[in-house]
Write a protein that binds this ligand. Sequence first.
Ligand code: AP5
Length: 215
Amino acid sequence: MLNLILLGPPGAGKGTQAKLVQDKYKIVQLSIGDMLRAEVAAGSELGRQAKQIMDAGALVSDDLIVKMITSRIAKPDCKNGFIFDGFPRTIPQAEALDTMLKDSGIKIDHVVEMRVDDEAMVSRITGRYTCAKCGAGYHDTLQAPKAGGICDKCGGREFTRRADDNAETVRTRLKAYHAHIAPIAGYYAKNGVLKGVDGMAPIPEVTRQIAAILG
Ligand code: AP5
C-alpha cells in the first residue's frame, strides 16, 4: 500500500502528476476538486453549496470536505493506496485526516510539496483545458494534443475549460492556498514525511523527482 499527498498551489501540476503516479503505481487519484465538480454537475445539495464558493476561488468548508473524504477512502478502489490531490488544505482537514487514518490503521507514506512560482501559475491555468470524454489534461501552449484538436488518449474532439480558470479567480485561489500552506507544510515536516520537488521543471523531470521519492 502506498499513500501520498501532493501539496501545491493551483497550477503546480498536482493533477498532471497524480494521473501519472496513478497509472504507474496502480493507486487511485483522489482529486477533491474533481469530486466537488462532479457534485456540482450532478446538482446535489453538496454541489449547490460548493459551486459559488469554487467559482469565487475560496475554500469549501472543512465539514463538507471531511465528510466527502471519509466516505471516499472507505471505497474498495482505495485498498492499494491513494494520492490526495488538493487535500488537506487546512490544519483542521489535516487533523481530521489523521483521525480517519488512525481509525482504519492506514498511514501517509509521503507528502510531496510542488514548489513553483505564482506568476507562472496564472498562465498555466488560464491556458488549461481537458478532453470532455476522458478527462486528459492539455494546455494551449505548454501541452497541446499531438494532432491538433484530437485527444491523444481517446480520440475525442470536444474539450472543456473550468469555470474557475480565469486570471482573477486564479489569484484568489493562490491567496487561499498561501493563507494555509505554511502551517500544513510545518505539520507534515514535523512528522518527517514532507519532501519538496521543483514544480517549475518540465513535466517528465517533475515525474522523475516524485518517482525518486516514492522509490
Ligand atoms: P482543485 O480542482 O484542486 O484546483 P487547484 O488546487 O486550484 O489546482 P488545479 O487543479 O488548478 O491545479 P493542478 O496543480 O492540479 O495543476 P494541473 O496539473 O492541472 O480545486 C478547485 C476548488 O475546489 C478550490 O479552489 C476550492 O474551492 C475547492 N477545493 C478543492 N479542494 C478543497 C479542499 N481540500 N478544501 C476546501 N476547498 C477545496 O496543471 C496546470 C496546467 O499546467 C496544465 O495545463 C498542465 O498541462 C500544465 N503543467 C503541469 N505541470 C507542468 C510543468 N511541470 N511544466 C509546464 N506545464 C505544466
